[in-house]
Write a protein that binds this ligand. Structure first.
Ligand code: BT5
Length: 281
């Protein structure tokens, strides 16, 4: 099996963790239905900020909107982080953006690859998805109590680990870099970046992420896109991001600027390949 395997992954991760809060405590499972489902339960029972749930395999990995997340054993990262930010519930979706930036930085640091972020929460390499993020909120009388940030990263999955219909859409760090990545090294790097951006975000809000966000998410800007948003489908040109991290789209029907907080984006005519857009090259 590529990379470290059960239970060495968790042991190695504990040794490498350099974070103050994230990963303490660390709940590890060789198989679980979904790390998010478990973390949601832990959070309801009062788990502290920074508690994480990691599994080697998921039997019922969850995507957004009832979709599923393919979670083969022993090769990838399935992580859920419990956060309890003192912010309004309306600011919580920004944690999707924060997680995507942290994943992009970890990929860049550990694999020397340049990923792109497809707003709001997919991380792509060569136009294929290597990471998905699922943030779930817990509120009480409108007050934010916890956010469960679920992050799935395809690290060492071979193409055969994905069903046929995902072969054109999904990839892994192994497939794009040609080498197996140590999952504990990657996860420790991810948690370090996540903690760094989280602390900055609590102090400054979205502006703390803006530079990194625009570097990785710029592939969509200036493009004609269609966004299936909760309020309906918006088609137009992606203009940029506002100070709340919302995507600004100039609509085609009436030139009105839409401010979108969530949705599924497709770039009309295809999504650019991140590597070719690497602004650092
Ligand atoms: C997501 O949903 O991308 C969020 C995925 C979050 C997964 C993590 S793993 C740890 C934690 N525990 C959980 O149970 N979930 C979180 P969405 O944007 O809805 O994308 C789902 C779609 O991506 C699917 O319908 C497939 O088309 C595709 N897909 C499924 N598995 C994939 C994979 N492993 N890699 C790439 N694409 C995948």
């Amino acid at each position: 099996m590529s990379g470290s395997s059960t239970p060495d992954f968790a042991t190695a991760l504990r040794v490498k963790l350099q974070t103050k809060t994230l990963g303490h405590p660390l709940h590890y499972f060789s198989t679980i239905d979904s790390t998010n489902v478990y973390a949601v339960r832990l959070a309801r029972e009062g788990a502290i900020e920074g508690a994480i749930v990691i599994a080697d395999a998921q039997s019922g990995g969850k995507g957004r909107l009832g979709r599923s997340w393919v979670s083969p054993p022993g090769v990838n990262l399935y992580l859920s982080v419990i956060l309890r930010p003192s912010v309004s519930a309306t600011a919580a979706p920004q944690l999707n953006l924060l997680a995507a930036v942290a994943v992009a930085e970890a990929i860049s640091e550990v694999c020397q690859l340049f990923p792109s972020i497809k707003w709001p929460n997919d991380v792509l390499i060569d136009g294929k998805k290597v990471c998905g993020i699922l943030a779930e909120m817990q509120t009480d009388a409108g007050e934010l109590r916890a956010v469960i940030l679920g992050i799935g990263v395809n690290i060492n999955a071979p193409l055969s680990a994905f069903p046929e219909e995902l072969h054109d859409k999904a990839s892994s760090l192994l497939l794009v870099s040609g080498r197996a990545i140590d999952r504990s090294v990657f996860t420790a790097s991810l948690l370090t970046h996540l903690e760094k951006y989280y602390v900055l975000w609590l102090e400054q809000g979205f502006p703390a992420l803006r530079t990194a966000w625009e570097m990785y998410a710029s592939a969509v800007l200036g493009k004609r896109i269609a966004v299936a948003a909760p309020e309906g489908t918006v088609t137009g040109v992606a203009l940029g991001f506002d100070d709340g991290g919302a995507l600004l789209v100039r609509g085609e029907r009436n030139e009105e600027v839409h401010r979108l907080l969530a949705g599924d984006v497709s770039v009309i005519g295809g999504y650019d390949r991140g590597e070719k857009d690497d602004p650092r090259r």
